[in-house]
Structure formats: C-alpha cells, structure tokens
Write a protein that binds this ligand. Structure first.
Ligand SMILES: [Mn+2]
Length: 319
C-alpha cells in the first residue's frame, strides 16, 4: 500500500528541481529530524530543497546535521511541489492559508504518522502510517524502498526522530521495527550518545528551576488525572523559555496511579497549550485533545486554546 504511494512520490521527485519541506509549528524532535533526513537525502540527488518552519528551532536540536539550513519563511511559487512532514493537520503547518493556495497549482505530499485529517484532502499523495512510532520511521522506509543513499548524517536524523517520539525508547509505543531501524542507524554511524546528551541530558539551571515550579504546581485529581500548570510569569521568573518545559508531561505520566497526565502551558497572554499523555490502552487522549481543536496520538496529544489560567484556591481554572 505505502509502497505504491512511495513510487508515485519518486516519480514526482524525478521531474522536480526545487522542493519545499514544511515542518509543523512549535517544531519537535521528530518533525525536525525527519525533515532534515529527507532534505539531506534529496539534496544528494541534486535537488534544491528548502525546509521551512514557522517557529524557531529549539536549542536542544541545534546539534542535528544541516539544522541551520531550516528557514522560517519561503517564497510562494518557488517550488515544484511541497512535502509536509509530521504535521497532523493543516493548521499545524503554520502556513495553512498559503498551503491551501499552493494546493491549487502544486502537488502536496503528506508524510505523517498522525490520524487522518484535513491535510489528506488537499494532498496528492498521503504517505501516512499510523503504526509508525515516528515520521522519521516512514522517511527511513522511503529512503530504503527507493534505494537512495544513506550516510551517518541521515542515520543520526532518523535515529533522533525515533528517539524523540519514543521518549528515548521508553514509551509504550516502542516496537520491534523501531528498535531494528534504530540499530541499523547506529551501525551506519548514527550518533546515539550525541542525541541522548542533547535531547535528554541538557537541562540548563533556568530550565531546572522551571521544572521545580511546575512540579510544585502539580495537582492529583480523584478521577486519575494528574496535571500541572506553567504560567508566562513562571517562565519569566526563571529567565527561561517555554520550550524548557518540554518533557515534563512525560514525568507526570510516570505516576502509576494516574490515568491521564496533562500540562497546561501559558505560551502567550490568553493562549494556553495543553499536552496530554496516558499509558492506558483504554484511554485515547487524541479524542480529548480534539474536543479543544487539537490532535495527536492515542497516547500522546496536544491542543491550544484561547483562554486564561486563574488560580482558584489550591486548584487552577481555565476561563
Ligand atoms: Mn511525530
């Protein structure tokens, strides 16, 4: 199934000179690493490739090869076709309006491991596999199926994407296939230690202070929800950035009695970003996130809402 789509994708590549790759907004390790792996591969075939991310790349991913080539914008009409990687839906590309416009004259290729969404409708080819732990795993499949050349840089990117989306191979989503690809990436020179050092072990004192506040703000509800909040004021007080709190929701999710872990982060005035995790097979946190216009996976999802966080006695309210 996926193979026939990859073949169609290869036909498009053959006819192209310039390709645009779009990352998702608030970029994470998987969207960054998979876009880089694909861009390095396609550049080696002689194509000109631009990667664009609406939001800045978080510092912890600056070790990835060619990350400095990611731009924050692009010129409309400059490309033969567009690839969206790991985006989840149109809105999350950060360029929804322009993407809809471009889809009238250019092919959109959607490479993802999120559930079906509005991107599927405008995309000419959907190379989507919900069972893949990371979009990077799908990129690996594409490169191998098309027998394109692999090297240590590409292996580091694929490995980093899988590492990130499995929480360093600790999350429940790890599969034999993801571990087997990771092993092959290490054999190819993928830098596992560099990845773990940067992604898991590079907390600044400011970041640790923010984690301290977030842990202090933690509340455990009787219905099995464990949650915490981080306000803009907390971030300012620690002289940190909102990206510094990335990963905290996974720590909340380590409490065995909790059914759902949630972090509410005030990204800007009147805008709250929620991250949800569960280890339970009976709970689908993506459904929960969709109620608030978000999305994601059964066990890890997120949303953004326009509202405020108000402290009410010992609990917090969204108003
Ligand atoms: Mn992903």
């Amino acid at each position: 199934m996926l193979e026939s789509k990859i073949t169609k994708f290869a036909d498009l590549i053959k006819k192209s000179k310039r390709i645009l790759i779009l990352l998702h907004e608030d970029p994470d390790g998987d969207t960054i690493a998979s876009s880089l792996a694909l861009s390095i591969t396609l550049r080696a075939t002689g194509r000109e490739v631009i990667c664009a991310s609406k939001d800045e790349i978080p510092k912890v991913f600056e070790f990835l090869p060619d990350v400095d080539l990611i731009q924050q914008d692009f010129l409309l009409g400059d490309f033969d076709f567009v690839i969206t990687v790991d985006c989840g839906d149109m809105r999350r590309t950060g360029f929804a309006k322009r993407l809809a416009e471009m889809s009238r004259s250019k092919a959109i290729i959607n490479i993802d491991h999120h559930t079906k969404n509005d991107l599927h409708k405008i995309a000419k080819i959907n190379i989507v596999d919900e069972r893949a732990v990371a979009s990077s795993q799908i990129i690996w499949r594409i490169i191998n199926y098309l027998k394109l050349e692999l090297n240590s840089k590409i292996a580091t990117c694929i490995l980093a994407g899988i590492y990130y989306d499995t929480g360093g191979f600790q999350h429940i989503n790890v599969t034999p296939e993801s571990l087997s690809i990771a092993s092959k990436c290490i054999s190819l020179g993928g830098r596992i230690r560099l990845i773990s050092q940067n992604i898991s072990s590079s907390k600044t004192p400011q970041s640790l202070m923010l984690w301290g506040i977030a842990l202090k703000n933690m509340r455990v509800l009787k219905n099995g929800i464990i949650y915490s909040v981080v306000t803009k004021e907390d971030i300012n007080r620690c002289n940190s950035k909102s990206e510094d709190i990335s990963g905290l929701v996974n720590l909340l999710n380590t409490v065995p009695s909790s059914k759902i872990a949630m972090l509410l982060l005030e990204v800007e005035d009147g805008k709250i970003r929620g991250s949800l995790r569960t280890d339970s097979d009976k709970i689908d946190v993506a459904r929960f996130a969709r109620i608030f216009g978000g999305g994601g996976h059964k066990k890890a999802s997120g949303f953004e809402v326009e509202c405020r966080l108000i402290k009410n006695g010992s609990s917090w309210q969204l108003v």
